[in-house]
Design a protein around this ligand. Structure first.
Ligand code: SAM
Length: 200
């Protein structure tokens, strides 16, 4: 990966994660990463917080829009001795050919991309037939009062920073040509992980 800006030693994102990761997000990271295998693409890899959760034999390719986040991910990979092939690019138009990866992972990022349907279709395009799509994110809650609060949050955060609280990738996957192998929800359904498989 050439010409990335040198990041500060700790990113603001990682500082926020010191509070959020262990109680809320780490379970989802582990759930998806332990299902990854072979050539795996992680879309919107951020600062690489999933890197420590992959089995040792997974070959990881990362894609990230923000060059500073990507530089943090590269530095984390170097620090823990994990080989990482990293590209700065847009998940809405993945630079990889069709049918390339055995698994595609995306965590806590479909809530913030411009169009999650386009990104889902791109991830399915680059998966090999029989490959595994592994997602974890915060999604629309089950209890109605929480959904109202999430709609309220959307009204503020969508215009502010593009963060959506009422998306649910699982619903979108049900209308696509995939098999849902497993799902896992926590925290009133707000945190959802999905394992979907592209037909062989
Ligand atoms: C909340 S962070 C999650 C990072 C990481 N996946 C994790 O689990 O810690 C969302 C990440 O998505 C990246 N992102 C947003 N839109 C993107 C896009 N269109 N293509 C690639 N990355 C994108 C952001 O730059 C950011 O690093």
């Amino acid at each position: 990966m050439a010409n990335l800006p040198l990041p500060a030693r700790i990113s603001g994102y990682d500082l926020g994660m010191l509070v959020l990761d262990r109680p809320f997000l780490r379970h989802g990271r582990r759930w998806v990463c332990r299902r990854a295998h072979g050539r795996t693409l992680e879309v919107a890899i951020g600062t690489g917080l999933n890197l420590t959760h992959y089995p040792a034999d997974v070959q990881i390719t990362g894609l990230e829009l923000n060059p500073r986040m990507a530089a943090h991910a590269q530095r984390r990979a170097d620090r823990i001795g994990r080989r990482l092939k990293l590209t700065v690019g847009d998940a809405m138009s993945l630079p990889h050919p069709d049918d390339t990866f055995d698994a595609v992972v995306c965590t806590f990022a479909l809530c913030g991309v411009g169009d999650e349907q386009v990104v889902l279709d791109e991830m399915l395009r680059v998966l090999k037939p029989g490959g595994d799509l592994l997602l974890s994110d915060h999604v629309r809650a089950r209890p109605r009062p929480l959904r109202w609060l999430q709609r309220l949050a959307d009204a503020i955060t969508v215009p502010l920073n593009g963060e959506h609280w009422t998306r649910r990738p699982l619903h979108l996957l049900r209308s696509r040509n995939v098999t849902i192998e497993a799902t896992h929800t926590r925290a009133f359904g707000i945190l959802e992980s999905v394992h979907a498989r592209k037909p062989a």
